[in-house]
Design a protein around this ligand. Structure first.
Ligand code: ADP
Ligand code: MG
Length: 468
């Protein structure tokens, strides 16, 4: 009897996947929805995880690296028990069949082809992000022009280092350069995180020779988000040598980061000085004119896409362009939401409704709330030092503040769990989940904890002038 009970899934709730998808559409915008979310189907549901199926491995990786957190969060709203997502790839079945059919079957050749596949897979250039649809204003003109020059005037500025805050167009520019140069050069476009991952994987599988060859054979190496490259000496060593080898053979290197070279932490001095040795350009926050331009073009694009008559009023356009100032991504996201609203309700939102739809974007400005400011404020509040907070010590008076800071980072920023882990002395993402859950539980039962969290939220969100 008990056996049958165990095997059967009595408390299985059927997740309303289309509902999750439509919520994600609102959250992530129609573009993202149409390109990615729509392609996911719910394959199977288990007690604490779900199996999603996607057409290709590339789609899985794209989704995993960008939207997994949001998908999981949304699913959890409807089914709390879900703690992870797994993917099934439909193309695999077909591919495996083909591979075993037409490949030379020695172990080595299999390994190599798999290995190269894994690079190619992350080397996809998004054809939707090109120079032609990058709008220019005074805040990004220099970065744009430098990018054009690099793609025309090979290796004139080497390396080109583009930096700026989140959502300002760095990846768009790198992608545009890749797209342009890919026409007649060998281009490698990879995020620093992926570079590290491949490096570690190559060491484990004794494939370092291939790793080196692969990177050193490119004409153009684009590395996105270099700030995520962290300390590992051996890897930095390899990176440095790859870098020099490429410069020696006049390959073009383009790097993006969220800060200037001298502010990079955990990266060797000699690498930073290499970065500074080329052309360093900044993308600043979009100025009012550019924000208007982006809003206009986005609206036009969406309207033509849906051949819709609904036109967002000037009042709302002005409201959005004056309130959302810190990132192009948020600006585009805001427009997507307003358009989604009007499509769902078949009417344009009023100004008051717009404020509701955009509430989180208007209140929380990701650029102002940084992990660092959260850590500083929480440390000051609990009267502990930052070193203590970031240490591995498990004394009770340190554990709670640390968990509190982690929890606040999770709810007040859009950082992913691994990103948060990194900022808290490279803690594992499971530790981060555990901290968030612990505080959520405590909040329910402990009014004092609730009070502290509210005070801290206020300090973090509104008392910015008292910081540091
Ligand atoms: P970053 O890499 O700096 O975080 P992205 O390049 O991912 O930012 O840009 C965020 C979003 O905003 C992308 O959808 C991108 O296409 C769009 N975007 C950014 N800047 C511009 C611009 N100047 N013109 C048009 N779209 C832009
Ligand atoms: Mg980016």
């Amino acid at each position: 009897m008990s056996k049958t009970f165990k095997n059967k899934n009595f408390d299985r709730i059927n997740l309303d996947w289309p509902l999750v998808q439509s919520e994600l559409k609102l959250k992530l915008g129609t573009d993202v929805y149409d390109s990615w979310i729509k392609k996911i189907t719910l394959a199977e549901e288990f007690n604490n995880y779900i199996l999603l199926s996607v057409p290709t491995r590339f789609i899985r990786d794209w989704i995993t690296s960008r939207y997994l957190d949001q998908i999981l969060q949304t699913i959890k709203k409807y089914k709390k028990e879900i703690i992870r997502i797994e993917f099934k790839i439909l193309e695999n079945i077909e591919n495996d069949r083909q591979k075993s059919y037409n490949l030379n079957k020695t172990n080595i050749s299999k390994k190599v082809s798999f290995f190269q596949d894994s690079y190619l897979q992350y080397n996809r250039i998004d054809p939707n992000k090109r120079f032609e649809n990058f709008l220019i204003g005074s805040s990004n003109k220099i970065a744009f022009e430098a990018s054009i020059k690099v793609s025309e005037n090979f290796s004139h500025y080497n390396p080109l280092y583009i930096y700026g805050g989140v959502g300002l167009g760095k990846t768009h520019l790198l992608n545009s350069i890749g797209y342009e140069m890919n026409k007649n050069k060998k281009v490698m476009f990879i995020s620093a995180e992926r570079f590290m991952y491949q490096f570690v994987k190559s060491i484990k599988s004794n494939d370092m020779v291939k790793f080196k060859e692969y990177f050193r054979n490119t004409d153009v190496l684009l590395i996105d988000d270099i700030q995520f490259m962290n300390g590992k000496e051996a890897m930095q060593e390899e990176f440095f040598h790859t870098f020099n080898a490429l410069l020696d053979k006049q390959s073009q290197i383009i790097v993006s980061a969220d800060r200037p070279p001298n502010k990079l932490s955990r990266i060797q001095e000699r690498i930073k000085s290499r970065f500074s040795g080329g052309l360093v350009v900044e993308i600043q926050k979009p100025e009012y004119e550019l924000r208007k331009k982006i809003i206009n073009s986005k609206i036009e694009e969406l309207l033509s896409l849906y051949s819709d008559k609904l036109k967002i009023s000037d009042e709302i356009q002005n409201f959005i362009s004056s309130k959302i100032t810190s990132s192009v991504r948020e600006l585009v996201g805001a427009i997507n939401r307003v358009i989604s609203f009007s499509r769902i309700y078949n009417k344009l939102p009023s100004l008051a409704e717009t404020k509701v739809i955009l509430k989180d974007l208007l209140n929380l400005n990701e650029n102002n709330v940084t992990i660092e400011s959260i850590q500083t404020i929480v440390c000051r509040f609990f009267k502990i030092s930052k070193n203590e907070m970031l240490s591995s010590r498990r004394s009770r008076y340190l554990v709670r503040p640390r968990q509190t800071a982690i929890y606040l980072t999770k709810i007040l920023t859009t950082k992913s769990l691994p990103e948060i882990g990194r900022e808290f002395s490279n803690r594992d993402h499971t530790t981060i989940i555990h901290s968030v859950k612990t505080i959520e539980k405590l909040k329910e039962n402990d009014p004092n904890m609730c009070d502290n969290i509210n005070k801290l939220k206020n300090l973090i969100l509104y008392n910015k002038e008292n910081e540091i």
